[in-house]
Design a protein around this ligand. Structure first.
Ligand code: PLP
Length: 273
């Protein structure tokens, strides 16, 4: 397996990043996960826009997007696979112990892992913690993911594949690695970005392609929604058949099934929508 590091391809076994890299010591980094179908990245331009926004939000220098594109192409060419996930990691780089960044500049790593098509439906639980909709990192795709890792582990213990967060004012927000949509009175809604959720790329495409409304929703909407689905790079559009203890019979319901169909058709037709 070849990855991109320090401006070129390296063997994953021998590639080395400093043990004082701020991505490791203080979680000072950002990332993107990009789906790749037969070696072609999906929605890469949107991912690179978000990478730049996250960098600016964290005060990191703008990533060199020409290099990132070259890195993605090189890693995909070196590791052919039918369905993969590119992982772009961009950190504050090697620095002194402590919070100050060093002057060696950021670290860029591009790696590739295999993935499989998601199951058509899944179970979710509500997370035992809240998302802060007004924090410094809100809306940025940073490598400070420990809270998501913990919430996901709790969800798995409860037989679910995702945990959904409410925010500090009791509104529905997002999952540990996905955005959420609900159907109420036959209409499709998703929480607005002001809820504190990540500006998911799959979410944005589904909003554009289905006309879903961005609506403030109380967390307990999950107790009465007619349909619920998740969106993310790795899940695409995935129906939810159970929320906590509540089964949603007939999953996928008609609105979810339509969103799945539209997403599959349109995303298959254009790999950089
Ligand atoms: N929310 C969080 C916290 C995420 O980590 C992700 C993706 O990893 C998403 C939402 C979904 O975003 P996307 O559709 O861009 O994958």
């Amino acid at each position: 397996m070849k990855i991109w590091l320090d401006g070129g391809l390296q063997d994953i076994e021998s590639a080395r990043v400093s043990v004082l890299d701020h991505g490791l010591t203080v979680g000072d980094g950002i990332f993107e996960t990009v789906k790749a179908v037969h070696g072609r990245p999906f929605a890469l331009t949107r991912h690179l826009d978000r990478l730049t926004r996250s960098a600016r939000g964290l005060g990191l220098p703008d990533p060199d997007l020409d290099e990132v594109r070259r890195a993605c192409a090189a890693v995909l060419e070196a590791n052919p696979m039918p369905l993969g996930r590119l992982r772009l990691t961009y950190t504050g780089g090697h620095g002194p112990l402590g919070s100050d960044r060093g002057d060696r500049g950021p670290t860029l790593v591009v790696a590739l892992g295999g993935t499989t098509r998601r199951p058509d439906s899944t179970a979710v639980v509500t997370a035992p913690w809240t998302r802060n909709e007004r924090g410094a990192l809100t809306g940025l795709k940073t490598t400070s993911y420990a809270e998501n890792v913990l919430a996901l582990a709790r969800a798995r213990e409860r037989g679910a594949s995702e945990a959904l967060f409410g925010n500090t004012v009791g509104q529905l927000c997002e999952g540990t690695g996905s955005n959420v949509f609900v159907v109420l009175d036959g209409e499709l809604h998703t929480p607005p970005l002001a809820s504190g959720c990540l500006a998911g790329i799959t979410r944005a495409l589904v909003v554009e392609w289905t006309g879903a409304e961005e609506t403030d929703l109380p967390l307990d909407v999950l107790e009465r929604a007619e349909e619920v689905f998740l969106t993310s790079t790795l899940r695409d559009v995935q129906a939810v058949h159970r929320v906590d203890g509540r089964e949603l019979p007939g999953t996928p319901g008609p609105v979810t099934a339509k969103a799945m169909r539209i997403f599959d058709e349109r995303s298959g037709a254009d790999l950089d929508p």
